[in-house]
Structures are given as structure tokens and as C-alpha cells.
Write a protein that binds this ligand. Structure first.
Ligand code: GDP
Length: 592
């Protein structure tokens, strides 16, 4: 047997796996067999560690001075593939279009999509996916039709880079604005090449030179001024200089020597995911390495998929996809997260155990008996309560900002969980999903037809529509807070008609009367109709004691004539003929 491996008296699952050089999935699996539900970041004691290690055929010994090496990534913190020099084959560049609002990003993306889309007619498809490829000079270029920020910010954690080139759109009649600077910042941080498209040059007030000056001010010196920032004057609307722009994109991309491994297990990034009627969860994936085929098994954090179908960006069903190709993949058990790494594994078994190892995202698992039990156990042990939501918005851009802002909301451990999000009107399938997952639907600048409203009403599904984002967020925050407070349930149990009032002080009213309905018991709340407002009752106090024929009793029944002592907080005036209502109030904690 090999030498014993030294382990400190407390060690995280992750570090143990690395130290004994066993896949973290196997360690989590062994722990589970031993009845221990531990996630990769949980600590276990040496006793447990040594039992698990020995089950895995490794002997360990305790050594508190040992520093474990954590530099190696484990399968749960799966990192994007890094190619060695010269490894792989050339691939198409992936381009994101960014810039200030109204400077023409959408127009440019539409112009590109409609002029040069690879494989012909776009838009003839029912399900538009948010990425496409165009062909220019016989070469493909992939465009991501997503707001650029998403494409940059969520990817750093696993070291991936979704985009190779950022086209920064600046309107020539408006110049560099805050979002332009932000976009430049994102691109620089991510080490992405920049091409500046100076747009709207068809406008009489266009001033491209001023834009160039502003670029120089933020250290993007235009090439024609001796710098190395590529700029192209265009009109997205009039389709001017679009070819030059694509030439420049390819030129800049060529400097990067973009490569990918074109065969073997697929690796890529989730661009977005949504529910599609008849297809279930569908994820748009950018293939980055390897080959994606129907029937492959894919894992992305807590979600996994047996690939049922692959559609290209034109909506055509295809059997295989290759690097830089954006595709819509159906077959997900739960929707994967936009921005997450997705990778192929050899078997369903492996897919499931990878998902288990990715325990931080385990609440997304929804398949197979064993996994269901585990999910429940793990969920119960966690403090955060998730409130399921389905989000709808008018455009991809507003949907992304909506998702981002909603995700940031958290009220004392109660958080929204976006289970599905898509662009467009609220549909029947949104309602069906909401019903089965007990979610509410929130729409931003989104519509809902009368028919869908009816379906929602029948299914008791809440649909709320907003056109102001802050109102939406405020309402949602209130909803989360209201879930915190216990729910108060009130029930009117009896009424009594007052026949005489015997004593009225600040703290007490003693009166007599006849029970008209129900039973009166101590502790019931006493209310009386407000004579000034017929709909509203005034609360006057609580039943402190009941008397019948000079005797204290526990309960007065319908028809009884009895005396009541009502504990009050202020002097209340009751008079003969008033009918008081007796209310039972119970509180129960809200179910989330
Ligand atoms: P985004 O917010 O950056 O996506 O901007 P849009 O693409 O929605 O464009 C904002 C406005 O500018 C729209 O009214 C467009 O029609 C207009 N626009 C976009 N590109 C051009 C252009 O090249 N020339 C002119 N004159 N208008 C443009």
C-alpha cells in the first residue's frame, strides 16, 4: 500500500477529494452512502474522512500542520478548457454588440441578421434564439444577440470567455455616454478585442471626429490617429459600411488566433434558457469545444440534459453542432443558468453524479427518485427560502436587467428564484408552468390576452404586469416581506346583542346581552361596526370573562343571556341595541 496521506483534523469535502486524488463526486457519493449529506464546501472531521477515504481505497493519517493544495480545480468548480499553443483548429469569432441605449445596437444586430445570415432566411422560424451566424467573405461570424454585459460578467467564475470581439456602438450625433464607458470597461476587463462602430453617420448632425476625440480621451486612440483602436463609420439603418465593419471584425479576430478543439466531448456556455411549449426546457448554448450530438449527456451546474433535439439559429433541426455554433438544445430536466458552463459527460450516471457534486446548485435538480430525496434533504437544511417566479419582458435587454435586479432582492433569507424567463406576452404554457411549480408570473412591458388571463384565474396563478421597473421591484420586495410575517386568519364565531351596559372604564366594559349566533368563549376579539363607515369594524377589546346568572361560565351558547367583561385599552361607548361581533384570530406562519 502507498504511503498514508496527511490530512488535518478538519477538512472540507473538496480539499479531501483533492488530497486523496479522488473525484469529488465519489467523495460526496461515499458520504451519502454513510448517510451524510455534505456539499463540497462542508467540513468533515478526521474520523469521517478516514472512513470515507478507506472506502475509496486510500489510507490517511491526521496531521494538523499539513497545508492542503487547493490549486487544482475539482469537477464542481469546473473550469473552461484552456488550449495549449497551437492546439485545436481555427474557429469563427464570437461577437457581442454593446453600447449606450439608443445608439443603434438593435438596429445593427437586425441589419446584420437580415442581410448576411448564414443559410438564408432568418425570421421565418417560430423560436428565435438569441444568437446567429453571418457569413462574410466565406467565413462565419457568430453574433450574440444578448446584452453584452451578461455575456461578460457572469463568466469570470469559471474562466470562460464567451466573446472574442466587442463591437462598441457609439452614435455619431451623441458621442460617448456612461453606458459606452461601461461597455468599454467590460470589454477591457474581459480582455476582449474592441471594434468601435461609429453609427448614424447618415444624420446631418453626425460628428464622427468628435467621437474619435472622445475615444482618444478614454485611451482608445483611433488607428488613423496613430493608435490601435479600429473604428468604422457606419449607418446601421441605411446599411452603410456594414461590409467594412465585418472586415474589421475578422481582422481583429485574426490577431487573436482563435482556436477550438473540434472533436470529442462538447464544452460550451449557456446563453439563455426558457420553457417552450411541447419542448420543455430549452437552452441556447454556444458550443466552444468538441462536438455536440443528439443523445449526448450534458451537465451545467445543478442542471442536466439528455439532448433530445438540437436546432440551429434558423430553427432547423440538426444532428451535430461544432465550435462557435449557437444552438437551441432541448431535453433539460431543469433550465440551466445563463452564463453557466455546460459540458458533456459520457453517461447519464455520470451526469447525475456531477450534478450532485455541484451541490450549491442542487435545488435545480428535479429528476430521479434518489435525487429527489437528496434535494429535499439538502433544501431543508438550507436557510434560504426560494420564491419561484416566471419573468416576462418585451425585449431581451429588459429581460436581462429584470432578471439581474430580481436576483439581487433578498429579504431576510427569502429570495426570488427565477424558474423561467422569456421575451413576449404571457402564454398558456407560462401559466401551466406557474401552476405546476407554484410560481407567480411577473411581466415587464409584457401583455396577456383575455384567454390566458382566464386560464390563470382558473388555475389560481397570479400574473402581475408592470411598466415601471422600480414599481415592480418594490412590489416584489413587499411580497417577500409579507411572506416573512405570519399570516393572520380571522373568523367571526359569534354575535351578541347588548341589552345593558353596566360599567365603562379605560380598561373594561361590563355589559349584558343575548347571544344571537355561535358561542362566546374567553379571549375572543370584540368588534363593533363603525357607525361612520359601514364596511369597517372597530376593535374594542377582548372577552375577559363570561357570567350567566351570577355564575362565571366558560362558554355562552346561542340564545343564552349572559354578562361579558371586555378588556379594553381605551374607554369605549357601547349602548343597548348594539351588536358586537366576536372574532377568533389565529396566526400561522406563511407557507412559501
Ligand atoms: P439600441 O438601444 O442601442 O438598441 O438602439 P436602437 O437600435 O433601438 O436604435 C435607437 C434609435 O436610433 C432607433 O430609432 C433607430 O431607428 C435609430 N437608429 C439606429 N441606427 C441608426 C442609423 O444608422 N441612422 C439613423 N438615422 N438612425 C438610427
Amino acid at each position: 500500500m502507498a504511503d498514508k496521506i496527511s490530512i488535518p483534523s478538519k477538512v472540507t469535502v473538496n480539499k479531501l477529494a483533492k488530497a486523496i486524488d479522488v473525484d469529488v463526486t465519489s467523495v460526496v457519493g461515499e458520504l451519502m452512502k454513510a448517510g451524510i449529506m455534505a456539499s463540497v464546501s462542508d467540513s468533515i472531521d478526521f474520523e469521517t474522512a478516514s472512513i470515507i477515504a478507506s472506502d475509496l481505497g486510500v489510507e490517511i493519517e491526521k496531521d494538523d500542520d499539513i497545508k492542503l493544495d487547493t490549486s487544482k480545480p475539482t469537477s464542481n468548480s469546473r473550469q473552461a478548457k484552456v488550449l495549449k499553443d497551437g492546439e485545436g483548429e481555427p474557429r469563427a469569432p464570437v461577437v457581442a454588440v454593446m453600447g449606450h441605449v439608443d445608439h443603434g445596437k438593435t438596429t445593427l444586430l437586425d441589419t446584420l441578421r437580415n442581410t448576411d445570415v448564414v443559410g438564408g432566411e432568418a425570421g421565418g422560424i417560430t423560436q428565435h434564439i438569441s444568437a446567429y451566424q453571418v457569413s462574410h467573405n466565406g467565413r462565419d461570424i457568430t453574433f450574440l444577440d444578448t446584452p453584452g454585459h451578461e455575456a461578460f460578467s457572469s463568466l469570470r467564475s469559471h474562466g470562460a470567455r464567451l466573446t472574442d470581439v466587442a463591437i462598441i456602438v457609439v452614435a455619431a450625433d451623441d458621442g460617448i455616454k456612461p453606458q459606452t464607458k461601461e461597455a468599454i470597461g467590460f470589454a477591457r476587463d474581459a480582455g476582449v478585442a474592441i471594434v468601435v462602430a461609429i453609427n448614424k453617420i447618415d444624420k446631418p448632425e453626425a460628428n464622427p471626429n468628435q467621437v474619435k476625440q472622445q475615444l482618444a480621451d478614454v485611451n482608445l486612440i483611433p488607428e488613423e490617429w496613430g493608435g490601435d483602436t479600429v473604428t468604422v463609420d457606419i449607418s446601421a439603418q441605411k446599411k452603410q459600411n456594414i461590409d467594412q465593419l465585418l472586415d474589421m471584425v475578422l481582422l481583429v479576430a485574426d490577431i487573436e488566433d482563435l482556436r477550438a478543439v473540434s472533436g470529442g466531448l462538447m464544452e460550451g456556455t449557456v446563453i439563455e434558457s426558457r420553457m417552450i411549449t411541447g419542448k420543455g426546457s430549452v437552452a441556447t448554448i454556444l458550443v466552444q469545444h468538441g462536438e455536440l450530438s443528439v443523445s449526448n449527456f450534458l451537465v451545467s451546474e445543478g442542471a442536466y440534459c439528455k439532448v433530445k433535439s438540437i436546432d440551429n439559429f434558423n430553427g432547423d433541426s440538426i444532428d451535430k453542432a461544432h465550435p462557435s455554433e449557437p444552438v437551441a438544445v432541448a431535453g433539460w430536466k431543469t433550465p440551466p443558468r445563463a452564463g453557466a458552463l455546460v459540458y458533456e459527460v459520457e453517461s447519464e450516471k455520470e451526469a447525475k453524479s456531477e450534478v450532485i457534486a455541484n451541490a450549491h446548485a442542487v435545488d435545480k435538480i428535479a429528476d430521479s427518485d434518489q435525487m429527489e430525496v437528496m434535494t429535499a434533504a439538502m433544501k431543508a437544511s438550507r436557510d434560504t427560502k426560494l420564491v419561484p417566479l416566471i419573468l416576462k419582458a418585451d425585449t431581451d435587454g429588459s429581460l436581462t436587467s429584470l432578471i439581474d435586479s430580481v436576483k439581487l432582492l433578498e429579504v431576510e433569507g427569502i429570495k426570488p428564484e427565477v424558474i423561467s424567463s422569456s421575451v413576449g406576452a404571457v402564454t398558456e404554457s407560462d401559466v401551466t408552468l406557474a401552476e405546476s411549480s407554484k410560481a407567480s408570473i411577473i411581466g415587464f412591458n409584457s401583455k396577456v390576452s383575455g384567454r390566458v388571463k382566464q386560464t390563470a384565474l382558473r388555475a389560481s396563478v397570479e400574473i402581475k404586469l408592470y411598466d415601471l421597473i422600480y414599481e415592480l421591484l418594490e412590489d416584489l420586495r413587499q411580497k417577500l416581506s409579507s411572506m416573512l410575517a405570519p399570516e393572520v386568519v380571522e373568523e367571526e364565531v359569534s354575535t351578541l346583542e347588548i341589552m345593558g351596559v353596566f360599567k365603562t372604564t379605560q380598561k373594561e366594559v361590563i355589559c349584558g346581552g343575548k347571544v344571537k349566533k355561535g358561542k362566546i368563549v374567553p379571549e375572543l376579539i370584540v368588534r363593533i361596526e363603525n357607525p361612520e363607515d359601514e364596511g369597517e369594524d372597530i376593535e374594542i377589546g377582548k372577552v375577559a370573562a363570561i357570567q350567566k346568572e351570577q355564575q362565571s361560565i366558560k362558554e355562552a351558547k346561542e340564545g343564552d343571556i349572559c354578562g361579558l367583561s371586555i378588556a379594553t385599552k381605551q374607554k369605549v361607548k357601547l349602548k343597548e341595541g348594539d351588536v358586537i361581533k366576536l372574532i377568533k384570530r389565529t396566526t400561522k406562519s406563511r407557507s412559501l
